[in-house]
Design a binder for this molecule. Structure first.
Ligand SMILES: O=C(O)CCC(=O)C(=O)O
Length: 258
């Protein structure tokens, strides 16, 4: 099966070696040294009180992280999955620290993005692993094919928004749970209605990853908010990702969470 068909069928597809492992390691080092990234990180507490850090921005920016989101390979792969133009929505650095990083409750991204004015769930995200993502350090977990059930009701869980647990449990009895274990540089593209979550990181190693999110070009938000509208994006040749600034573009607009 071709990768876009797997995405349509299963709701996600793993692309091994999406970026070379050396590039992923270099991105991790740059992110770890990036003071702007750290200053804009916010923490989200899970139901057990553990925290996970996120830094989220709405303009790709002319830096190595923005260039990854805009690489012709990423835009092309996500566009093929969505069956149309992949328009950049936002990107984020997920920072699940060793021994402490919190869980992410079962949810659909469209559970959140509906409220940002997107009329349909023709949206997807691409997670690129900067660290190994393993069962032990709280890798992404997905329930294949659950993107077919439409948007579920979401409720507050700790500081997060999770899908209605009665529905999640019913779906768990029909669908397996897959641990998406990745090496640095591997990627997974997942549909905005796919149920996904991750366990806390109680291991000795951090689990960082970059997630770039997109809407299909004909599914621009109806809200009058530039963060959710189409941005002028110049695709970057995939092998030129590292030619950008080696730290966050200070002109970026970050999500600020109090
Ligand atoms: O990084 C994770 O563990 C979860 C990420 C996630 O659920 C999301 O970005 O929607």
């Amino acid at each position: 099966m071709e990768f876009a068909e797997t995405f349509v069928d299963q709701g996600y597809v793993i692309l091994r070696g999406f970026v070379p492992s050396e590039t992923a390691k270099a991105l991790k080092d740059i992110a770890a040294d990036d003071k702007v990234m750290a200053a804009n990180a916010y923490a989200r507490t899970d139901a057990a009180g553990r925290q996970s850090k996120v830094t989220l921005w709405y303009e790709p920016g002319d830096d190595v992280f923005g260039r990854l989101s805009c690489s012709d390979k990423m835009i092309g792969a996500v566009g093929a999955c969505l069956g149309g133009e992949a328009a950049f929505f936002h990107a984020k650095l997920m920072q699940k620290e060793a021994r402490s990083g919190g869980a992410w409750e079962w949810h659909q991204d469209y559970g959140y993005w509906y409220d940002d004015g997107f009329l349909s769930a023709d949206m997807a995200s691409c997670y690129v692993a900067l660290d190994p993502a393993t069962r032990e350090n709280g890798c992404l977990m997905v329930m294949p094919e659950t993107h077919r059930y439409g948007r579920l009701r979401h409720v507050a869980v700790g500081e997060q928004t999770g899908a209605d647990m009665a529905r999640v449990e019913a779906l768990q009895s029909r669908h397996e749970t897959v641990y998406v274990e990745l090496d640095p540089g591997d990627a997974v593209i997942f549909h905005s209605n796919l149920l996904h979550s991750s366990n806390p990181n109680l291991s000795q190693t951090s689990r960082w990853g970059l997630i770039s999110s997109f809407f299909r070009g004909d599914n621009e938000s109806v809200l009058d908010d530039p963060r959710f509208r189409k941005k002028a994006i110049e695709p970057v040749p995939h092998d030129e990702i590292m030619a950008g600034a080696k730290g966050s573009d200070p002109g970026k607009v970050f999500l600020s969470v109090s």
